[in-house]
Design a protein around this ligand. Structure first.
Ligand code: BGC
Ligand code: NOJ
Length: 814
């Protein structure tokens, strides 16, 4: 069953009924001002940091779901009936409804009682504000006398405090209303120099800023008293719960359309010029009023919207493909790339499943996300690398997370996730291959953001590798620390106290439990580093890492091989995890993926054997499960992984992040059919047809699909913010389609399904578009290249010569 359809031409997903299984969301904003928006206008906004600079409130885990948003109420002033043109919050039935989620905007259109309403929400580039562009058309044969009410509920900035510290925050709220603009200025009187504003292009019939006055006692957002009575009360919030609501009256002739613009924005004043007049408590509005005036003009709004469209065309235009599979085309050309950009902006902070309070920017998360966005925003990727590296510690370890507002490592979560630093090596190498910017290696970057501690980024990478080598366990495999990529395999935790964090509780000294996964990741990263050093003309610098990779590889193949697959780990008793000797958790997906990606077992067939075991034991029609058999009980020595009921999350869920590792590994061993089969199983567009089972948005990947052991097998959760986005993008574009940036050229090594006759791609790389046509001439994966009509040896298109404006590449595979 479907709840909408893809409009690929417009790059939109069109939702055709408001009561989707879950709120199906989109994101507004690309720079500093962001919002989540659902298909019924739910969601919230924030400036840079979803925890520390939250503009509006949202109620997670509420019933009805998705409460708090960018609401508009329409009221027929003759009949007194009212409704929401975006369905929520009144949930009055609408005669027609569509929500179009596009690239950085959402437009919801409805028809009710002869009134057509369309609201388009977006954030203009370069601004810290969002526009709600409301068009109302009277489709009745008679004039319509209407009222419209807007509504936002302000968050008192710190979302954590806002949701918990009522003894204080019921008494702090403050607003000003001047010239029809509602200013939310809680705490502006003291240490904040920022405020929010909510403006409307129409003259006001009234306003409200105190929630209780707008709603009336014991009423919800679905039936506000002000709307029911058609009359705002001009309330001024003083403590309690500040809201912003404009009331306007409109008379529309038959067929007439009227556009109303609402603006919700964030603004900062210089600390010394906060008040006007100085010494008063009134916000100095001189810097914000020109911005408000500008965006209340419909032409400016339209121009800003067109600029946003071009911005996204530019980003997505860096790689466009035309393959025989529409789901591949749609995901690569539009939604997967878009999701990668959203992970750039959000990391794991704010979604329908991430509250914006709990997690900042993850070190390993951001480093992996980079693989999916680096080709679209190389300059910003560069900065991200430098920000991440600055939260590395002198030991080579890294803070696990940092707050986006301060860019400082988060001490609550701390460090000692022993895989973290290795991802930085992969990210930096990917960045240089994409851009050719070797200069980044010489950037001076501090440790723990401490001035005076700077060393070149190159040294940071070396320390990342040494961090592993200096922490080896009894089998000479890497010690796991708090956890490796699998945050829930907590082998040093041994927590028996309810509520303790599995990630930060450490009851063992950590000198025994080892990770085969980190072993494989180390081999991958050390080889990457050695390749890079060789490319820079410093093979001597690369050599020790090549040797370390070889020796770690040998260790993994001996101590980390179980017979038919790679082991997962050794626990604190030095017993294997992920072995046929175990009763539960016999085989894990992660080491099979990463070890084969690192090239282990390719010569002696063990790579293919491990992948066959994955196919036999872990694969389901909905994707590949993380491990099997699921843990049926809590194991003190394994930690959070066994805390989940079987089939969910890390306990044998289909943890989608890991599936592309298997796709890549299958491509590495040359099995295109299998790689693409796995790709299809979790492709959200392909799963659109089973939206009633999948339940999350069909246009983006979810972190998890319930595994075979769960009663809801096939149901997705945690959509949007997941490394799944970047890795699927890498798997399909760089391994299956096989277009891989390299230091000295663009490598083309497709490993396609047998039934494909070929595909076309347009890839902009280092500023030059490469038009690539791939044609199958035989059943294998052997590549022959012609560049601008001339045959080229090998499989790498050389970097375009200066002055070349496009490169045409013909590839045959046989
Ligand atoms: C989740 C993991 C996540 C971790 C982050 C756990 O509860 O299952 O997927 O990485 O929290 O702290
Ligand atoms: C989600 C986390 O964001 C990521 O860092 C981790 O690797 C996976 N969960 C697996 O536990």
């Amino acid at each position: 069953m479907r709840y909408g359809y893809f409009d690929d031409e417009k790059r939109e997903y069109v939702i055709t009924q408001p009561d989707t299984p879950l709120p199906w969301i989109n994101y507004l904003g690309c720079e500093e001002y962001f919002g989540l928006i659902s298909n019924t206008a739910g969601g919230y906004s924030f400036y840079r940091d979803a925890r520390l600079r939250r503009l509006t409130r949202y109620r997670y885990n509420n019933e009805p779901l998705d409460e708090g948003g960018r609401y508009i109420y329409l009221r027929d002033n003759v009949s007194g009936q009212f409704w929401s043109p975006t369905w929520q919050p009144t949930r009055m039935p609408l005669e027609e409804y569509t929500c179009r989620h596009g690239m950085g905007y959402t437009a919801i259109r409805s028809l009710n009682q002869g009134i057509e309403a369309q609201v388009r929400y977006f954030v203009p580039l370069g601004e810290s504000l969002e526009v709600w562009q409301l068009s109302l058309t009277n489709r009745r044969p008679a004039p319509a006398r209407l009222s419209a009410f807007s509504l936002v509920e302000f968050c008192l900035w710190d979302a954590q405090d806002d949701a918990t510290n009522y003894q204080r925050n019921f008494s702090t709220g403050q607003v000003e209303v001047v010239d029809g603009v509602i200013y939310h200025k809680t705490e502006y009187r003291e240490r904040r120099n920022h405020f929010a504003y909510f403006a409307c292009s129409e003259p006001l019939a009234g306003f409200d800023t105190q929630r209780a006055a707008f709603l009336g006692p014991y009423r919800g957002f679905d039936r506000p008293r002000a709307v029911e009575q058609g009359q705002a009360s001009n309330s001024i919030a003083y403590g309690w719960a500040p809201v912003g609501s404009h009331a306007i009256r409109l008379e529309l002739a038959p067929g007439e359309t009227r556009t109303v613009v609402f603006l919700l924005g964030y603004h900062e004043n210089p600390v010394e010029a906060k008040f006007d007049p100085p010494g008063s408590q009134t916000i100095n509005k001189s810097t914000v009023v020109p911005i408000i005036r500008r965006y209340l003009q419909p032409e400016q709004v339209e121009a800003a919207f067109q600029a946003l469209r071009s911005y996204w065309s530019g980003l997505l235009g860096r790689l466009q493909v035309n393959t025989p599979d529409e789901h591949t085309n749609r995901m690569v050309n539009i939604w997967n790339a878009y999701q990668c950009m959203i992970t750039f902006n959000m990391s794991r902070s704010a979604s329908f499943f991430e509250s914006g309070i709990g997690r900042g920017m993850g070190f390993r998360d951001s480093a992996q996300d980079l693989l999916g966005f680096v080709h679209m925003i190389p300059e910003r990727a560069r900065q991200r690398i430098l920000d991440l590296a600055a939260t590395q510690l002198e030991s080579g370890g890294a803070y696990h997370q940092y707050q986006p507002l301060t860019k400082r490592g988060n001490n609550d979560v701390g460090s000692n996730f022993n895989d973290d630093p290795l991802w930085l090596v992969l990210a930096v190498c990917a960045y240089i291959k994409e851009t050719g910017d070797e200069g980044i290696l010489q950037e001076m970057v501090p440790y723990d953001n401490r001035p005076g501690s700077e060393t070149p980024l190159y040294d940071h990478l070396q320390r990342s590798l040494h961090y592993t080598l200096e922490r080896l366990g009894p089998h000479a495999l890497p010690l796991i620390g708090r956890a490796d990529w699998n945050d829930c395999l907590n082998l040093n935790c041994f927590s028996d106290t309810p509520g303790q964090s599995f990630q930060t509780t450490t009851n063992k000294d950590g000198k025994v439990a080892e990770s085969v996964f980190i072993g494989g990741l180390f081999v991958l990263a050390a080889k990457e580093f050695a390749d890079m050093a060789e490319h820079l003309g410093q093979p001597d610098e690369g050599l020790p890492y090549r040797q370390a990779a070889a020796s770690m590889g040998a260790t993994v193949l001996s101590a980390g091989w179980d017979g038919d697959w790679f082991l997962r780990a050794y626990d604190d008793f030095s017993q294997p995890v992920g072995s046929s000797q175990n009763v539960e958790g016999q085989i894990f997906i992660e080491p099979q993926g990463v070890c084969v990606m690192a090239g282990l077992g390719l010569e002696d067939g063990r790579a293919a054997r491990a992948l066959d075991s994955v196919g036999e034991r872990l694969a389901t029609p909905h994707g590949i499960m993380l491990q099997q058999p699921a843990y049926s009980q809590y194991y003190l020595h394994l930690g959070e992984i066994s805390s989940y009921p079987p089939g969910y999350k890390e306990n044998a869920g289909i943890f989608c992040h890991t599936n592309p590792w298997i796709m890549i590994a299958e491509a590495v061993v040359g099995r295109g059919d299998r790689a693409f089969d796995y790709y299809q199983r979790i492709n959200p567009s392909r799963r659109e047809a089973i939206s009633d089972v999948h339940r999350c948005e069909p246009y983006v990947y979810a972190q998890m699909i319930a595994g075979r052991d769960a009663p809801t097998h096939g149901e997705a959760k945690n959509s949007w913010l997941s490394g799944t986005a970047a890795w699927n993008y890498v798997a399909i574009t760089q391994w299956i389609l096989g277009i891989q940036p390299d230091y000295g050229g663009l490598r083309v090594t497709p490993v396609l399904p047998a039934g494909w006759q070929g595909f076309q791609a347009r890839r902009t790389w280092r500023g030059v578009p490469y038009e690539i046509t791939v044609e199958r001439r035989g059943p294998g994966n052997t590549v022959a290249l012609a560049v601008n009509g001339k045959p080229v040896e090998g499989n790498t298109i050389p970097v375009a010569e200066a002055g070349q404006t496009s490169v045409s590449v013909h590839v045959t595979i046989s």
